[in-house]
Design a protein around this ligand. Structure first.
Ligand code: F6R
Length: 619
């Protein structure tokens, strides 16, 4: 959840680290800090509460000069977000600093031991125990060997942690280490310079040659390169990978927010998602990276999808897709529930994890659980080279490009599209699709980016969403209703509004309305109804009637030319006509835009809404 950037080389460490932190601020924005070894050979630290801009202003007033440094943006786990708790944390003699992403689960016990040994704590964080432990081992037990002191400290820690250590006693090196699923530690190789980052957009403008640390691995990094080892000190030969992402894809360009950019680029991102995956001659889907044979797919008797948040809602759409197209039973589980409920998992099951970041701790743990029971595992993942991408039998990259806005948008539509491809792929292997049906589905998905582009272009050119936001931004509650394959879109639409506008919104299965929520309907609670012309269209029309009969306001996501809905709803949010199974991908877009425009008018920092972080690497 926190973001770490480290640099050693010939450039100004402060400017490389600050630029990198800007790319990672989506991970946490409670406070930020930096440490650099200045030309005087001493370690200097700057820390500030609040967003990165505060640290940048402090650095303008009190610059740091030097060629080795480390920085951090924080998402608070232990202790409130204030300067005292900002990283880097410093040893008692001021010579050593540590930044951490993760949690020290046994921190209370370690803190007590350290206090008995005479260490005074200056923050409420769990991280501070790490710096004092390293300091203690360094002076007592490791005989001044910093690498050894870090290794011994890591053996004492429980829980996931990614750390970077910098000491003025060893000014020509940075030490990075990773324990458990603490989120990524990417080490970038330059010419006479090296970089460390929690996520690759932070360093893409400098290098695309990246090596990732795995659980219980560490690296001693100098300007010339990195030495990799395990926590016992045995050397490791690790391969770097070349990252193909264009660094500009992680910039905002002409848009006001990343979220806005990511919404409006969905025509392009869906084209990328489909790239290389449709064989029009054979009318087949190609998913080579799935790495599973047709025989393996034929013997499956169940699919379980595990994910969190928006990715979980994508999984719910996936259930409809896979069950209808491949006729395999699908269960969808919150990863955070799956891992603790002793699920029944067998080798004949395929467990599909959906994760934009590839770092979500619960999703990674659910995958581990599935593997432990011998299930086949596949990850649908966006972040190239992330942990989820590395631990599964098979992989489907979303190919959506970096998603920086905290509220997920293009990763949602990419992952639903990938689930559609997976459903066809399973259907091909299992013989549940005849030629005509396969051709119908492939033609339909090929048309999707064009339809998305048309929807978004119309929205961009017109004033509909701005006017609606103006009209509705002060409402306190919204209800979202969907049925069938669009029920998860009601959940996702409500989540988008909640997280970036702080307005209460509830997503509900339309058929359940009469069983309770209908009591809420009045003029004060607008109802968003998702009603494309699909197999439950008639039911959704009745739903609209029922809300109207009780004096409610209805905003309907419907086909632009649907005169019936136009006559019944107060407002229509238009979507183009598509294959029924693809309507969720188009229907979610008006809801994303509406949430964005409402949040703007409420003055929320859309890309960094309060309390949230892009990668949830702690439980
Ligand atoms: C909501 C949102 C979150 C994420 C969730 C899972 O807009 O972004 O709900 O979907 O934290 O994240 P990933 O997909 O990275 O595992």
């Amino acid at each position: 959840m926190c973001g770490i950037v480290g640099y050693i080389g010939a450039q100004s460490a402060a400017s490389v680290v600050l630029h990198g932190l800007r790319q990672l601020e989506y991970r946490g924005y409670d406070s930020a800090g930096m440490a650099v070894i200045n030309s005087d050979g001493a370690l200097h630290v700057r820390r500030e509460a609040g967003k990165l801009i505060n640290l940048a202003q402090l650095l303008d007033q009190e610059p740091l000069q030097g060629q080795v440094g480390v920085g951090h943006t924080r998402w608070a786990t232990h202790g409130p977000p204030c300067q005292r708790n900002a990283h880097p944390h410093r040893s008692v003699d001021g010579k050593l600093v540590v930044v951490q992403n993760g949690i020290v689960e046994n921190f209370t016990e370690l803190r007590q031991q350290l206090q008995l040994d005479g260490y005074t704590f200056h923050s409420d964080t769990d991280t501070e125990v790490i710096v004092h432990l390293i300091h203690r081992y360094y002076h007592n037990g490791s005989a001044g060997n910093l690498v050894n002191a870090v290794q011994r400290t890591l053996h004492d820690l429980k829980g996931p942690s990614a750390i970077v250590v910098l000491s003025q006693d060893a000014p020509d090196q940075l030490i990075a280490a990773r324990l458990g699923n603490a989120g990524g530690v990417a080490i970038g190789q330059g010419e006479g310079e090296m970089f460390i980052a929690s996520d690759i957009p932070a360093i893409l403008r400098h290098t695309r040659q990246i090596t990732f640390l795995e659980n219980r691995q560490m690296a001693v990094i100098t300007a010339q390169g990195a030495h990799y080892m395990d926590l016992e000190g045995s050397p490791l030969a690790k391969q770097s990978i070349q990252i193909e992402w264009n660094p500009l894809a992680a910039e905002k360009g002409e848009f006001r927010h990343f979220m806005q950019k990511e919404i409006y680029e969905q025509g392009r991102s869906l084209t990328d998602t489909l790239r290389g995956r449709l064989d029009f001659q054979q009318q087949r889907v190609m998913l080579d990276s799935l790495n599973l044979t047709d025989d393996q797919l034929r013997t499956l008797d169940k699919v379980t999808i595990v994910a969190c948040g928006t990715s979980y809602y994508a999984g719910l759409v996936g259930k409809y897709l896979i069950e209808q197209v491949a006729r395999l039973p699908v269960e969808v589980d919150y990863a955070s529930e799956f891992r603790y409920r002793q699920p029944v998992v067998k080798p004949s099951h395929l467990v599909v994890a959906i994760t934009q970041s590839g770092e979500t701790v619960d999703t990674l743990a659910a995958l581990e659980e599935a593997r432990a029971h011998g299930a086949l595992t596949v990850a649908i993942v966006n972040a190239v080279g992330s942990q989820a991408a590395r631990v599964c039998d098979g992989l489907i990259y979303m190919q959506a490009g970096p998603e920086i806005g905290v509220a997920s948008t293009k990763a949602f539509t990419a992952s639903v599209t990938d689930l559609f491809l997976l459903a066809i792929y399973l259907g091909q292997a299992r013989g549940t699709l005849d030629d005509a049906r396969r051709a119908e589905l492939i033609q339909a998905v090929a048309a999707l980016p064009g339809l998305a582009g048309e929807l978004l272009e119309n929205a961009w050119q017109g004033n509909l969403y701005k006017d609606l936001a103006e009209r509705f931004y002060q409402y306190r509650n919204f209800l979202y209703l969907g049925r069938g394959i669009n029920f998860p879109i009601a959940l996702e639409g409500a989540l988008k509004l909640k997280e970036i506008s702080y307005i209460h919104a509830e997503g509900y299965a339309a058929g359940e309305m009469k069983h309770g929520p209908i009591a809420l309907i009045d003029q004060e609670m607008p109802t968003l109804v998702i009603a494309p012309r699909d197999s439950v269209y008639g039911k959704m029309i009745s739903q609209i009637e029922q809300v109207k009969a009780r004096g409610g306001l209805v905003l309907a996501v419907a086909h632009a030319a649907d005169e019936t809905i136009k006559a019944k709803a107060d407002v229509v949010l238009p979507i183009p006509i598509s294959h029924e199974l693809l309507t969720p991908i188009l229907a979610v877009m008006p809801l994303q835009i509406l949430a964005y425009e409402i949040a703007l008018r409420r003055g929320v920092d859309v890309d960094q809404p309060r309390n949230l972080a892009k990668s949830v690497t702690v439980e």
